[in-house]
Design a protein around this ligand. Sequence first.
Ligand code: ATP
Length: 365
Amino acid sequence: MQAIKNDVEIKGAYKQFGSNVVLNGINLDVKQGELLTLLGPSGCGKTTTLNLIAGFLEADEGDVYIKGKKVTKVPPYKRDLGMVFQTYSLFPHMTVYENLDFGLKLRKVEKSEKEKKIARALELVKMSGLENRYPRELSGGQRQRVAIARALVVEPELLLLDEPLSNLDAKLRHELRTEIKRLQKEIGVTTIFVTHDQEEALSMSDRVVVMNAGKIEQISTPTSIYNHPDTEFVFNFIGKSNCFEGKIASVESRKISVQVDHDIAHVDVKNIMGSDKACHAGDEVKLYIRPEKIHISSVQETSTSREFHKAKITQLNYLGTSWEVDVLLLGKPLQILTPAFDSSWQPGSEVYVGWNPSDLMLIKK
Ligand code: ATP
């Protein structure tokens, strides 16, 4: 028999609350052992999608499969899931040990076996020794660690995490996301993680699902989502961007020349975003580039791959590990992120900015 490769499948899911269409045709496969993130702005349908998988909601149309079995009508408690939510969902009147014991009791696990499982789960989240504490005696980060241990102790087939880090401070979020990633790989549990934080999604996931207004815009690896976005929405939602408007001057086999004011920019034909990729001379287009892909220099560099243009600095912001340099190029603002800095630069300085045609993305207007 062929092994089942997808642990979760959603096929053609539609969901409406009143007249509000919240999921508008969602198709999704989650592979065995992967950490998949649902990423998107507030209200785009991430939690609703997670709730369909958990069984807290049923779609108006479409089906959910777990391990190849249709579970559309199966209640949550029969789906073998571990869940962690944004708010600390520990039982406040129970100790850490009792919180973990709760699910095992329901499953009638034998006492000696239970002790071993609880010790192992607490060890995994680095909370050994705190078994007798009550949730109120723990920090926010520790509580979320216990919530994760409680979800894992029952050895679920699927781990569902709904913004579990959003109530924590920046340092703790960073620490815990590294830990969740390590833990997930160590035990190999298929995990679906909901977040609206793009850095969290890019740093943790095997694959990222970018959602917008009830639809999936793109499903891909973090590097591919960042460097080769399929749509304008994905480009703008992930990371910072600069945008120029122009008109296609000519289309060759490998590059497209775009007239932007009195200048020409060249774009790799592989870098066309959107569903309409047929480009012709005269088409109105938008060009996008990330701030860190732009090179800035006091002198005009000679490079066979980069195109350099004269620009004027308007503002400089020191960010610790890099500089944010705002310039005016062809009278339009452009933001550059650079680790290298020339101490002579100040507002008003003339500089040269350049980029590789392979770093410019194009979309038809
Ligand atoms: P956030 O990041 O803010 O949590 P989300 O992407 O998880 O957002 P959902 O919680 O899935 O978004 O909600 C999607 C839309 O559905 C929102 O407009 C929300 O107001 C609406 N919605 C969600 N649950 C219900 C409900 N039970 N009844 C009515 N509308 C709902």
